[in-house]
Design a protein around this ligand. Structure first.
Ligand SMILES: [Zn+2]
Length: 381
């Protein structure tokens, strides 16, 4: 028996979470073509046929349709074509549509960007949260989006929002204590206000998607730990984000690390968040000299490593990414946590494990928010 081979440019696709039905075949095939061009760059129709496994006739038809939609353009003859009619390259028009990307996970600011279809950030805007919660915070998100709309003259593919908290598949924020949100239908509210498709997801999950699609990570699984006002993680396993029974997979911030520790926003004491959230770290670093600061960050790294080592070990992961303020996370905290992982995980896992900052730096959340839209609207990831 021979297993079907996966075309190389499509190997990194996120696994579809629903069965492909016959009536969806055409949009599925469109996605295959866009996905191939997104990763491999300009290709001839023959290359696309080889890459996607679709017939030349189907490819010609889909390419014509996508050119008609403005998403693709012909780019001239393929270099190195031999005698005879040279093959014509087609490629994605990265500026044909823009995406609004919004990150609500920062301590005291809402951040937004206009992003093109290649994931490049073109414009940025942010606004002080100024302690707003509930409806007032929703109104501020809408205002930020309207400000971003005014910065581009291109048609918009949609809006991607990364928010802290638990988010369901319909973009309802079930719980985001830091924003005072309970069962807020954020995707619906923004969609009504902006008349655009809106995709909302948890910030750590969003960052994991950003690192997967644009940081070239996670082909064999990825844990991304996001440290902001809160602490959470995104788990990408075998090409899909893990959601969990309560949509709380990866929510490591409220695991108890010290029963005699500080009081947490959730009402308990000694959660991981009370030790390694950005505000907790800043508070602990106040007035410390260099040696004192190193001690604070080393202790936080030890708590982080101890908390995630069993998860890394149980899932047999190799890539772990730590996203958040680099000045807090990038030094002794990361080094200590990696040392703990190496010591505590089963040797075959621990020897190989890598803990690093995101390839995309702090932009990983905004870029991930763009992936929510690319994936949701075009099937590209
Ligand atoms: Zn807590």
């Amino acid at each position: 028996m021979t297993l079907p081979s996966t075309p190389s440019g499509l190997r990194r696709t996120l696994r579809p979470t629903a069965k492909v039905l016959p009536e969806h075949a055409r949009s599925h095939n469109r996605s295959l073509v866009l996905q191939s061009l997104f990763h491999a760059g300009p290709s001839s129709r023959a290359d696309l046929s080889r890459e996607t496994g679709l017939t030349r006739v189907t490819i010609s038809d889909l390419v014509a349709e996508l050119i008609g939609d403005g998403l693709l353009s012909e780019l001239g003859a393929k270099p190195g074509s031999r005698v005879g009619k040279p093959a014509t390259l087609v490629g994605l028009r990265h500026q044909s549509k823009h995406i609004l990307a919004v990150d609500l996970s920062d301590e005291d600011r809402l951040c937004g960007a206009v992003v093109d279809l290649s994931g490049a950030i073109l414009e940025r805007r942010d606004v002080a949260l100024a302690g707003l919660t509930g409806d007032a915070a929703v109104a501020l998100v809408i205002q930020l989006c309207l400000d971003l709309v005014a910065l581009t003259d291109r048609p918009l593919l949609g809006v991607g929002v990364a928010t802290p908290g638990l988010v369901d598949a319909d973009g309802v924020v079930l719980q985001a204590p830091n924003l005072g949100w309970n069962a807020v239908p954020l995707a619906h509210l923004l969609g009504e206000a902006l008349s655009l498709p809106v995709h909302v997801a948890n910030d750590a999950n969003t960052a994991a998607l950003g690192e997967f699609t644009f940081g070239d990570a996670g082909e064999h699984g990825l844990m991304l730990v996001r440290v902001g006002k809160g602490v959470g993680a995104g788990l990408l396993l075998e090409g899909a984000l893990l959601a969990g029974q309560h949509l709380a997979a990866g929510e490591i911030g409220h695991m108890t690390v010290d029963e005699r520790g500080d009081e947490c926003a959730c009402g308990r004491t000694g959660c991981l968040e009370t030790v390694i959230s950005a505000p907790a770290l800043r508070h602990a670093l106040e007035g410390q000299d260099e040696a004192g600061a190193r001690k604070v960050l080393t202790r936080a790294g030890r708590y982080l490593g101890t908390t995630i080592a069993p998860i890394i070990s149980a899932l047999d992961l190799r890539e772990v990414v730590l996203s958040g303020p680099p000045e807090l996370l990038g030094g002794p905290l990361l080094d200590t946590a990696l040392g703990v992982l190496r010591r505590r995980c089963m040797p075959v896992v621990g020897e190989d494990v890598d803990l690093r900052m995101p390839a995309l730096g702090e932009d990983v959340v905004l870029t991930g928010a763009a992936v929510l839209v690319l994936s949701g609207q075009l099937g590209v990831s």
